[in-house]
Design a protein around this ligand. Structure first.
Ligand SMILES: Cc1cc2nc3c(=O)[nH]c(=O)nc-3n(C[C@H](O)[C@H](O)[C@H](O)COP(=O)(O)O)c2cc1C
Length: 404
């Protein structure tokens, strides 16, 4: 897609990746974009680059506006491969440019590129760069979501360039939130924000709150939030800020996600009366079979609900592998403010439900015990037991939810 002026003199010069479906293991059913931005001021300034195989596209977009050799400054807000890996291609065209990057970012890109012939300047929170009419200000945001991460603010344009924060994996012909809400829907955009937050930012809620407070304390007036993926927030940047604050503060639906897998359908047959029991208490219930669902979608469904029930058969004394994988993935995301339980079918000694509770303990999640397990196929009586298990779990979710 061609460059788009997002505010006078500030251009989106990124690339749309329509085809990517597996983004470092994260399912991207709509693809994604790699956003980077060119500021046409006395000193022409590029903010971020794009994934290496899209370098030609961003160079073409830049060249449609100005000779890339005239780029004076390159700001790297985040060194992850999808934003910094075409830096060498840009530097080949603008070898005199100076790169502005956080100290940790500098140490990181040394692992990717030979910096000996490049001008590289480390910047920290509060540092500014005057590029003509504009003075850009840097704010480090370590662990949002890498140690090197920072954001750049242009007071002149009232634009906050936020690298991965507030982004979404959405490939679209639309560049802005309002355009996308028209061409697609507000609900789809919100879902993409939740999906991104759940899979990338879930561990960093506390830091998100601190950094949003810092942005407010600095008095950054914001007309536009320009992230490095997906739609640019120009109609309603406050919306994504408040969505982030809500999620960081533990907001979730008063509902339950049943996330399970099965070899011979016994655990699945348990899931149905459990879901009915949850419904009988008036809670919505989402049922997710792991091998039929991409991991990132299962994580998102977990995150959306206040409660989650994990179902697993026992295989060789332990959790079924897809369930173990899900729980390992979830543990890395350090979930909070969720209540959980486990169920499953076994043949002889069992072990899966026990292991699920071990995982819950490692994550520090509140768990409803005991779990519900039955040998082989559920009988009629077991189905009634499963229904009651679901009902009881829903009651506990309702109680727990009152704390939010
Ligand atoms: C290869 C294999 C290994 C199993 N290992 C165990 C085991 O170690 N302990 C146990 O209690 N059950 C074991 N089972 C039995 C299953 O847990 C049992 O068949 C259960 O009902 C399967 O639930 P599902 O229908 O939801 O897959 C094993 C089953 C298979 C196929």
């Amino acid at each position: 897609m061609k460059a788009v002026e997002i505010k006078q003199g500030v251009f989106w010069v990124g690339a749309v990746d329509w085809a990517v479906r597996d983004f470092h293991g994260y399912e991207t059913p709509r693809g994604t974009t790699y956003n980077n931005f060119l500021i046409m001021d006395e000193e022409i300034t590029l903010i971020d680059t794009v994934k290496y195989d899209f370098a030609d596209l961003t160079i073409k977009n830049i060249a449609g506006i100005v000779d890339p050799a005239r780029i004076k400054n390159i700001i790297i807000n985040h060194i992850e491969n999808d934003h910094a890996s075409s830096l060498d291609r840009i530097m080949a065209l603008a070898p005199q440019a100076t790169i502005y990057i956080s100290d940790k970012g500098r140490k990181g890109i040394e692992r990717f590129f030979d910096l000996s012939n490049w001008n590289v300047k480390s910047v920290k929170t509060g540092d500014t760069l005057c590029i003509g009419a504009r003075t850009l200000e840097f704010l480090e945001t370590p662990m949002l979501h890498w140690p090197d991460s920072m954001v750049t603010y242009s007071r002149h344009d009232r634009i906050l360039f936020t690298q991965d924060a507030f982004g979404q994996h959405v490939a679209s012909a639309s560049r802005f939130d309002d355009e996308f809400e028209k061409s697609d829907s507000a609900a789809e955009l919100e879902d993409a924000v939740v999906d991104y937050y759940a899979n990338i930012l879930m561990p960093f809620g506390q830091m998100i709150k601190t950094k949003i407070a810092e942005i407010q304390a600095k008095g950054f007036d914001i007309d536009i939030i320009a992230p490095d993926h997906g739609l640019i927030w120009r109609a309603n940047p406050g919306k994504v800020l408040s969505m982030y604050m809500d999620m960081a503060n533990g907001k979730a639906n008063e509902s339950v996600a049943i996330i399970y897998d099965t070899m011979w359908q016994s655990t699945e047959k348990m899931a149905v009366p459990i879901a009915e029991g949850i419904r009988a208490e008036g809670l919505d219930c989402r049922v997710v079979k792991l091998r039929a669902t991409p991991m990132s979608v299962a994580i998102k469904e977990f995150w959306k609900s206040r409660g989650a029930l994990i179902g697993s058969p026992t295989l060789n004394n332990i959790l079924y592998p897809s369930v173990a994988e899900f729980l390992t993935h979830l543990r890395g995301l350090r979930p909070k403010n969720r209540i959980v339980g486990a169920f499953g079918s076994y043949g002889w000694g069992g072990g899966a439900v026990r292991d699920a509770y071990e995982e819950f303990k490692k994550m520090g999640l509140q768990a409803v015990e005991p779990g519900f397990q039955i040998p082989y196929r559920p009988s009629r009586a077991d189905e009634e037991g499963a229904f009651e298990f679901g009902r009881n779990f829903a009651r506990q979710v309702i109680e727990y939810h009152k704390g939010f």
